[in-house]
Design a protein around this ligand. Structure first.
Ligand SMILES: C[S@@+](CC[C@H](N)C(=O)[O-])C[C@H]1O[C@@H](n2cnc3c(N)ncnc32)[C@H](O)[C@@H]1O
Length: 310
């Protein structure tokens, strides 16, 4: 089996071995590449952007309909061209490689990943006066309230429509003097926004300990005080409960989230697609009447006020 030559002239830092692998063989091939000292192995849809492409996405919160693509493009990164070609030569005679193909070995130029990442995150305006600004940018002149936040492991930079609508609600509805809970805090962006908009006390909880850590670090970087922890840390009643998760967990959490809202307090839910509005309304009906308050890019924000009797 012949392997095409690398592109001439590129300043190579690593070399990629690119393979086409049918679905039942992906695991064997990936294991073999790792045993052959590949620095990394990635698996992509080999039929992407062709008529044979098939979506693997399920409903939010549910598993995908199939475990893998019909054919995968497996890309293994090696330190040297010799290692990449040797791996191709060793794989070729293996039984499990019979229906696979070597698509090529090609050089990979070094990239300034930090710079590349930074160019993808610009300041995000939530209202004309409220901005989310990465640390490598100066805040715009018109910004009166600013959250400094860099992309990290935890979700929530302000660019996603669900986060954006929650931030817009905080800025326009107001939370001055309120006791606020951010349930599923991720980066802590909503909790920090609430603190910056005058909340009297803010709790932020998440099932992911990395999110709790990120929230604490981001709160400190923004000079705000909040209490972050795992979900059991949430102790109602709160004047405002914000939860940007997804429709399925939001439905499961309906009794808990509703019980955390003080009489007369507000529940603000995001992570809901437009077509899921009725399911959410039904799930929360025993405690409060949810309404669609905002919509952005196919996502909606639903809010409800807890009555004294509920
Ligand atoms: C979409 S992110 C939202 C992050 C941030 N609040 C925002 O608005 O950008 C959802 C977060 O909820 C957390 N989460 C998911 N299910 C949860 C649950 N049952 N209880 C608490 N947190 C949960 C996830 O770990 C994740 O950090």
């Amino acid at each position: 089996m012949s392997v095409p030559e690398p592109t001439a002239g590129a300043a190579a830092r690593w070399f990629e071995l690119v393979l086409r692998v049918p679905e039942p063989r992906v695991e064997d091939v990936c294991d073999a590449l790792e045993a052959l000292d590949a620095l990394s192995v990635s698996v992509e849809d080999a039929d992407a952007d062709t008529p044979a492409e098939r979506a693997l996405f399920g409903e939010p919160g549910l598993p995908p309909p199939a475990a893998g693509w019909q054919h995968s493009r497996v890309v293994a990164l090696f330190d040297t061209e010799a290692q990449a070609r040797e791996a191709a030569a060793l794989l070729a005679p293996q039984d499990f490689f019979a229906e696979c193909a070597v698509l090529g070995v090609r050089p990979v130029a070094d990239t300034d990943w930090v710079r590349l990442t930074q160019t993808q995150f610009d300041p995000v305006p939530i209202t004309p006066a409220f901005w989310i600004v990465p640390s490598w940018h100066e805040p715009p002149a018109q910004a009166r309230t600013v959250i400094r936040l860099d992309p990290g492991l935890a979700f929530g930079t302000g660019t996603h429509p669900t986060t954006h609508m929650c931030l817009r609600w905080i800025a326009t509805h107001g939370v001055t003097g309120c006791r606020v809970l951010d349930y599923g805090c991720g980066s802590g962006i909503l909790a920090i926004a609430a603190a910056k908009h005058g909340a009297a006390a803010v709790d932020a909880v998440d099932i992911d300990p990395a999110a709790v850590q990120a929230t604490e670090a981001n709160a400190a970087a923004n000079g705000v005080t909040l209490r972050a922890g795992l979900p059991e840390r949430a102790q109602g009643p709160y004047d405002v409960v914000l939860a940007n998760i997804l429709a399925t967990p939001l439905k499961v959490l309906a009794p808990l989230l509703s019980s955390l809202v003080a009489p007369g307090g507000h529940l603000v839910l995001a992570g809901i697609l437009q077509r899921q509005a009725d399911e959410l309304r039904d799930a929360y009906a025993p405690w409060l009447a949810l309404q669609v308050h905002d919509a952005l890019d196919g996502w909606i924000l639903m809010t409800g006020t807890r009555t004294a009797a509920a």
